[in-house]
Write a protein that binds this ligand. Structure first.
Ligand code: SAM
Length: 205
C-alpha cells in the first residue's frame, strides 16, 4: 500500500475517497480503452499518487501530452518529482473544473481522452453538471471521457455525451464501474453530428 496515499486519505477523506490506489488490473483495463496510436492529448483528473498516470505515460506516443489535474498539493509535488524527466507530462495542482482555462493557457485546443478517478458521486449536483459540461467541451468530436467509480450514477447526469458504455470490473478493491462516455463525432460540415443519446445496457447501473 502506498504510504503517501493513506496519509492523504487521513488528511482529506472525502476528496481522496479511497484508502488504496487502483489495482494493476484496473489500471490496465482502463488503459485498454484508449487508442494510444491516435491519442495526442490526454488529461487525467485525480491522478493521486500516479498509478494510472505511469501506465498512460508508458504507453503514450513520444509526441503526445499528458495533463494531470490533481487538487491535493502533496500528491502534486510527488507527481512533479516522478515525471520531472518526462517533458510530455504536466502536473497541474488545480481543480479539474479549470481544464478549459488550463488548455487555453497552453495553446491546446482539445483533448482526445480524459480519464477520471475523482469521486464524482460526492460532488454537489451543480458542480457535477458543470464539470461534465467542461469535460465535454474540452474533448475533440469523437473523443472519450473514461471514468472508474464505485457507483454508475454519473450516467444519468452525463446527458451531453452521445454514447456511454459500462462494465463492472471486479478485480479491484472495491469493484468499480468503468464507463466510456463518447462525444459525438463531427459531421461532414465540420460541426458535431446530432447523434441521439444511446446508452448501453451492457451493465447494471
Ligand atoms: C480515489 S483517489 C484516485 C487516485 C488514483 N487515480 C487511483 O486510481 O488510485 C481521488 C483523487 O482525486 C483527487 N481529486 C478529487 N477531486 C478533484 C478535483 N475536483 N480535481 C482534481 N483532483 C481531484 C483527490 O485529491 C485524489 O487524489
Amino acid at each position: 500500500m502506498s504510504v503517501l496515499f493513506f496519509k492523504r486519505f487521513l488528511k482529506r477523506p472525502f476528496q481522496i475517497a479511497s484508502i488504496i490506489p487502483s489495482s494493476k488490473a484496473l489500471v490496465e483495463r482502463v488503459a485498454s480503452k484508449i487508442d494510444f496510436e491516435q491519442a495526442r492529448v490526454i488529461a487525467e483528473y485525480g491522478p493521486g499518487e500516479g498509478v494510472h498516470s505511469r501506465e498512460l505515460a508508458q504507453r503514450m506516443r513520444p509526441d503526445a501530452q499528458l495533463l494531470l489535474f490533481e487538487l491535493d498539493p502533496a500528491f502534486s509535488r510527488d507527481l512533479k518529482r516522478q515525471f520531472a524527466a518526462d517533458s510530455r507530462v504536466q502536473v497541474i495542482n488545480a481543480n479539474a473544473g479549470t481544464i478549459r482555462r488550463e488548455l487555453a493557457q497552453r495553446g491546446i485546443e482539445e483533448c482526445n481522452y480524459i480519464i477520471s478517478g475523482i469521486p464524482f458521486s460526492i460532488l454537489e449536483i451543480e458542480k457535477k453538471r458543470d464539470l461534465l459540461r467542461q469535460t465535454h467541451d474540452a474533448l475533440v468530436p469523437g473523443g472519450a471521457f473514461i471514468i472508474y467509480q464505485v457507483t454508475n450514477e454519473l450516467k444519468q447526469h452525463a446527458t451531453e455525451f452521445a454514447d456511454a458504455d459500462s462494465e463492472y470490473f471486479l478485480q479491484n478493491i472495491p469493484p468499480m464501474f468503468i464507463t466510456v462516455f463518447r462525444k459525438a463525432a463531427a459531421s461532414r460540415n465540420g460541426r458535431n453530428g446530432a447523434v441521439p443519446q444511446r446508452f448501453s445496457s451492457q451493465a447494471a447501473r
